[in-house]
Design a protein around this ligand. Structure first.
Ligand code: URA
Ligand code: ZN
Length: 384
């Protein structure tokens, strides 16, 4: 750990993915989605990523940007990103048998640690590397929780792995599954950050028969999935039992900030749940972390406002806390998704998410710098 007195405020990306080569190979070996297929596109053979249900038939073009460390570093240099906390992209190990999931999780975590260990030292941050990673857990149907807990403990031996990324299905019944209780206990004890990220969206019949490409599943389905997963964790009392869990929600928590008071009202009117929880449902939003991948200043301001107000809803009461509001938001890009049309261009997602921080209401100049980088360095234990 280094002192937090940087010359310039560092820029740290907490939402940035890689398909590690071993994972890409596992996807190439498959005949059904999720898979990487070599397809004939206009007379040329191209690799395509087919991972989502109902994806346009030819999928998305994939190349080195999805797996090559040099490409990640090039992207970071182009946008002055000092440090990235890289995560394996969706759908992780959900589709594997228990034995395969356990083996591949272990191998991929070793790969991730090496991927980061081989990265240069960050410019102006002499004791930090440019890359740190999230690990993966063998979360797939039927995997015994003891094996998942073992995987959490093994991550302690990988110095560049600072968290775990997971989807919302757990071992098949979601993240509020009672079976996972020992997992939350182990993760809380480990201090690792949990990045909760969507993959499945919602039932696609909700989007109707019109061809809207991939817009609705990505723009709405993804964040709704995260909204539901986080709400289920809150309602199950997981945050009451494990108050020190560090849960980071993708895409600024989706619709959760906008719906938190409605959620609280519905809980208050439902004795099954209200008697189970220690606090008003809004309190728990103050315990969560949110990436700042909201694409707009007003959406990001909303998340900050809800976090800042969460204390008011603790059992003991409290007041609006502007500092708290900024402490739990962290810059991200979602690289390598949503690339620009020209290879040499800046990425729109980067510029929009940076502008959102710059223009957000209720965040002072210092707070904006925290969101750009220092919150991440602190959360991932890279500075004291
Ligand atoms: N599409 C994906 O499949 N994953 C992301 O993280 C973003 C877009
Ligand atoms: Zn993502």
């Amino acid at each position: 750990a280094v002192s937090s007195a940087f010359e310039d405020a560092p820029l740290v990306d907490v939402h940035t993915h890689v398909y590690l080569p071993r994972y890409a190979d596992a996807l190439r070996a498959r005949k059904d989605a999720p898979r990487i297929a070599s397809l004939d596109i206009g007379g040329r053979t191209e690799e395509r990523l087919l991972i989502l249900d109902g994806e346009p038939a030819a999928g998305r073009p994939v190349g080195p940007q999805y797996w090559d460390r040099e490409e990640k570093l090039k992207f970071m240099r182009r946008h002055n990103i000092d440090v990235s906390i890289v995560s394996l992209a969706n759908p992780w190990l959900d589709f594997l048998s228990p034995d395969e999931a356990i083996r591949l999780a272990n191998d991929l975590n070793v790969d991730m640690d090496a991927y980061c260990a081989g990265s240069p030292i960050a410019d102006g941050l002499p004791s930090l590397r440019t890359l740190y990673g999230f690990g993966v857990l063998p979360l797939a149907p039927q995997v015994p929780v003891s094996a998942i807990v073992d995987a959490v403990r093994t991550l302690k031996n990988l110095p560049n792995v600072r968290g775990v990324i997971m989807g919302t299905r757990g071992v098949g019944a979601g993240l509020d599954d009672n079976t996972l209780e020992p997992l939350w206990e182990a993760i809380q004890a480990s201090g690792l950050v949990v990045f909760i990220h969507p993959h499945y969206g919602v039932d696609s019949t909700a989007f109707g028969p019109r061809d809207n490409g991939h817009v609705l599943p990505l723009a709405l389905g993804f964040p709704f999935e995260t909204t539901i997963a986080a709400s289920r964790l809150i309602l199950a009392g997981v945050l009451d039992r494990y108050p020190d869990l560090k849960l980071l929600l993708a895409h600024s928590g989706g619709a959760l900030p906008a719906l938190s008071s409605r959620l609280a009202s519905c809980v208050a009117h439902d004795p099954i749940v209200s008697t189970r929880l220690k606090h008003d449902a809004r309190f728990y939003l103050g315990k969560l972390y949110y990436d700042a991948v909201a694409y707009g200043p007003d959406e990001l301001s909303l998340a900050a406002a809800v976090v800042g107000r969460a204390h008011k809803y603790s059992e003991s009461g409290g007041s609006y806390d502007a500092e708290k509001a900024s402490r739990q938001l962290l810059f991200g890009t979602d690289h390598p998704f949503f690339p620009p049309l020209e290879e040499t261009q800046r990425w729109r997602s980067v510029d929009e998410n940076l502008a959102a921080i710059q223009e957000a209401q209720g965040l002072g100049v210092t707070a904006k710098d925290e969101v750009r980088g220092r919150n991440a360095l602190r959360l991932f234990d890279l500075i004291s």
